[in-house]
Design a protein. Structure first.
Length: 447
C-alpha cells in the first residue's frame, strides 16, 4: 500500500564487528550503536517512517512559544480522533506519565493495572506508590486461548483494592494494547467494567492509549458489538470511559518524538495541575517539550493511524513475521498482538535457568548471528516477577519490507539451531532503580 519516496542504505556489519560491539556494550543491546545494527526491533516507539503528508506538515510548523498554530492543530486532531479537548503535550510518553502520575499518586498508595509497563511502573514508584498488576488468567501463557488476553481481571482488581483499602487506590489503569502482556488487545466491554470498578472505589480510570488504533482494529475483528463500526468510532468509544488518557505519540501518533496527556471535560482541576507540572518539567503547556513542527506532524499521524488500510498492513506484517518464525520451530506467543511478535525464550533455550536470563541470551545471540536487535521482557527487564522470559520483536511502523522479515526469521532460526550451546548471563553492574535495570545494566556470559 506504500511507494518509497526516500531510501536509506543499510549494511550488515561482519560477525567480528558484531561480537566486539556486543562485548563492549556489556551484553546489553541498549548499549549498541545503531550503526552496528542491521535490523532494529528494539522498540516500535519513535522508530517508524513518517508519511509525505507528515513531512509537509512538519515543514510548516509554527515554533511560537505560546499558543502556536501547531499546538492548535494537534488539539483539533486529538479532539477529532480521541474525543478529548483538554490536552497537555509532553516530550514523549514517559514525560506524559511523569505529569500524570506525579499529580495523581501519593506516598503509600496503590495503582492497579491490567499490566504496568516498565516506565509506568517506575513513575508510580517514583511518586511513592505501589504498582499492582491484575492481568487475566492466561495472559502470559503462550498457548492459552483468548480473544482479549490483555484485559484487566476486574474481579481480582476489586479484591486487591478491598485488601489495600479503596481509599488508597487513586487510579485504575488499562493499557491498550497490553504491551507487557505480549501486546494483547483489550475489549471495550472490559474498559466499561474497569470504569465501573473505578466508580465503585472512587478512583480515576486512566487509559494508556499509546496503541489506541491497533487496539481498535482488534476490537472490530473480535468483539461482535463493533463488527460494523468504523475504526474512528471504536477509538472514541474505547477511550470515552477514561478520566485521563496518556499517549506516547511515538506509537500510534506515527512520529519520532512527542506525547501528551488528555483529560475528560469534568477533570478541570486535574487539567490545571497537569499544566502547572508541564511548565515545571516539560515546557510551556502549549508545547510541553515538543517543537511546533513535531506537533504538526503528530496531528497528521494521529489521523493516519486510524485509517483501515494502514492498520491492515501494520497488523498483517506482524502476523506474517510470526508465521515465518513459527515455520522454523520458534515458539511464538499466540494469538499475535498488534505491534510485536513475542518469542518464549524459556521454551526455546530450556537449558538456561531463569536466573541466568534465557531471554537476554537469545537477544544477544540474535545480534551476533544476524545483526538483529530485539529486547528481553522477562526476568531481566521485570525483576521480582514471575513473567515468562519473552523476547519481543517490535516492528517499526512503515519501515521494513518482506526481505527484512525473512532475514529476521532466518536469524532466529539460526539461534534455535544451536540453542543448546548458548551460555546464560549474570549481571555485573546495574542502576539503583531495579525497575529500569534492563536499560543500562552490564552483563557477562556464565558457562
Amino acid at each position: 500500500m506504500y511507494q518509497s519516496e526516500m531510501v536509506s542504505r543499510q549494511e550488515l556489519p561482519d560477525r567480528e564487528t558484531r561480537v566486539a560491539a556486543l562485548e563492549a556494550a556489556g551484553y546489553n543491546v541498549f548499549g549498541l550503536s545503531s550503526s552496528t545494527v542491521y535490523i532494529d526491533l528494539l522498540t516500535d516507539s519513535g522508530t517508524g517512517t513518517m508519511s509525505t503528508d507528515q513531512w509537509a506538515a512538519l515543514l510548516g510548523g509554527d515554533e511560537s512559544y505560546a499558543g502556536s498554530d501547531s499546538f492548535e492543530r494537534l488539539e483539533r486532531a486529538i479532539a477529532d480522533v480521541l474525543g478529548f479537548e483538554q490536552v497537555v503535550p509532553a516530550h514523549q510518553g514517559r514525560g506524559a506519565e511523569n505529569l500524570l502520575y506525579g499529580a495523581l499518586v501519593d506516598e503509600g498508595e496503590t495503582v492497579i493495572a491490567n499490566t504496568h509497563f516498565d516506565t509506568t511502573r517506575a513513575h508510580v514508584g517514583e511518586s511513592g506508590g505501589r504498582p499492582l498488576d491484575c492481568p487475566v488468567d492466561g495472559a502470559f501463557d503462550i498457548d492459552a486461548p483468548g480473544e482479549f488476553k490483555g484485559n484487566l481481571d476486574v474481579e481480582a482488581a476489586r479484591e486487591r483494592a478491598s485488601a489495600v483499602g479503596a481509599d488508597r487506590v487513586p487510579a485504575v489503569v488499562v493499557t491498550l494494547t497490553n504491551n507487557s502482556a505480549a501486546g494483547q488487545p483489550v475489549s471495550v466491554e472490559n474498559v466499561r467494567r474497569a470504569r465501573q470498578l473505578a466508580d465503585d472505589i472512587d478512583a480515576r480510570l486512566v487509559v494508556d492509549g499509546c496503541r489506541f488504533a491497533e487496539n481498535a482494529w482488534f476490537v472490530r475483528e473480535r468483539e461482535p458489538e463493533f463488527a460494523d463500526r468504523t475504526i474512528e468510532e471504536i477509538v472514541r468509544e474505547q477511550l470515552s470511559y477514561a478520566d485521563a488518557v496518556v499517549v506516547s505519540g511515538k506509537k500510534d501518533g506515527l512520529v519520532n518524538v512527542g506525547g501528551f496527556v488528555a483529560v475528560a471535560d469534568h477533570e478541570t482541576e486535574l487539567f490545571g495541575r497537569l499544566r502547572e507540572r508541564a511548565v515545571l518539567y516539560e515546557g510551556f503547556y502549549t508545547y510541553g517539550g515538543m517543537a511546533g513542527r513535531d506537533m504538526a506532524a503528530m496531528a497528521v499521524g494521529l489521523r493516519e493511524a486510524a485509517e483501515p488500510a494502514y492498520l491492515d498492513h501494520r497488523i498483517g506484517q506482524v502476523r506474517t513475521l510470526a508465521d515465518m518464525l513459527e515455520s522454523r520451530g520458534i515458539p511464538v506467543y499466540r494469538p499475535v498482538g498488534g505491534h510485536a511478535v513475542y518469542i518464549d525464550a524459556g521454551e526455546a533455550v530450556p537449558e538456561i535457568p531463569r536466573e541466568r536470563f534465557p531471554g537476554q541470551a537469545v537477544v544477544c545471540d540474535a545480534y551476533r548471528e544476524g545483526g538483529v536487535r530485539a529486547v528481553e521482557l522477562g526476568g531481566f527487564a521485570f525483576p521480582g516477577t514471575d513473567r515468562p522470559d519473552f523476547v519481543r520483536l517490535a516492528l517499526p511502523r512503515r519501515r521494513y519490507h518482506r526481505e527484512h522479515l525473512e532475514h529476521i526469521a532466518e536469524t532466529f532460526g539460526a539461534v534455535l539451531d544451536h540453542a543448546g550451546e548458548l551460555d546464560g548471563l549474570e549481571i555485573v553492574d546495574e542502576p539503583a532503580r531495579e525497575a529500569l535495570r534492563h536499560f543500562s545494566a552490564s552483563l557477562r556470559p556464565v558457562e
